[in-house]
Design a binder for this molecule. Sequence first.
Ligand SMILES: Nc1ncnc2c1ncn2[C@@H]1O[C@H](COP(=O)(O)OP(=O)(O)OP(=O)(O)O)[C@@H](O)[C@H]1O
Ligand SMILES: [Mg+2]
Ligand SMILES: [Zn+2]
Length: 281
Amino acid sequence: MEVEKKAPGGREAGAGKENTGGKKQHGAPQKLPQPKESSIKHTVAVMSGKGGVGKSTVTALVAAQLAKKLKSVGILDADITGPSIPKLFGIKEQPVSLPMGIVPPKSRLGIRIMSLNLLLPHEDDPVVWRGPLIASAVKQFWTDVIWGDLDYLVVDLPPGTGDAPLTVLQSLPLDGLIVVSSPQELAVMVVKKAIKMAEMLNVPILGLIENMSYLTCPRCGEKIELFGPSRAGKIAEEKGIKFLGSLPIDPQLAELGDKGEIEKYQAELLGDIEKTLEPLN
Ligand SMILES: Nc1ncnc2c1ncn2[C@@H]1O[C@H](COP(=O)(O)OP(=O)(O)OP(=O)(O)O)[C@@H](O)[C@H]1O
Ligand SMILES: [Mg+2]
Ligand SMILES: [Zn+2]
């Protein structure tokens, strides 16, 4: 398994010092250059302060929505210890290791997917790595994967502000972040935390999505706010962030995700996705 062999900080340590890779820099000097054999137009990461709010689901829906608009799309799974992304897309195929780099497998819609879980001998093997190795793997998923020409690379982050999110925010030339919250968490605090981290690292926030906002009664169509009234719109306004909308709790979404068929989910829930993902500066 390629990824494990390289020492943390090994050959990428000096990367990005003077090389801007032709990508727009948001004030941070140490971004990685464009990966080999690849040209990635837009890179967006999906973040939240709390686990289980639906980052991976939102990552998958955003990627699928773009792919349905015939964009070339990739997903970089930076949640090194979690199997969510391959599972949502039903992918078991191993990435192919060539001398020039790693070729990621494709989903049904042609989304190129790179996830550590695809490199494990058994998909239920746990990944018990320390921070520096995780950071190194995340960088290699950018540097050593042959992404090809992508319109969008969507990065799925693990929850919180640990090593993987920090590495992604510091090292990848991100256009911005999509922040996911849900009404049952301490949304205000979490969003403030996310904003603070993004500000500290000079990464713009493209918008806020509230997931699991409500449930529609299958009998009468009534909107049930299971976790109380939505606060995300108000928070976004207060913080000067775009509110991208709410996703309902939808048993069909969970079911398709469990079956590895998330791409079948019919949702234009995120509005004009390309407009949403336009860089802010
Ligand atoms: N809108 C929704 N309706 C129904 N189920 C959902 C919805 N959003 C997410 N889920 C389900 O909730 C679970 C958690 O979602 P997901 O894995 O996307 O969260 P996450 O924020 O990526 O979690 P983690 O922090 O562990 O990475 C999954 O089983 C998913 O199918
Ligand atoms: Mg996840
Ligand atoms: Zn009802």
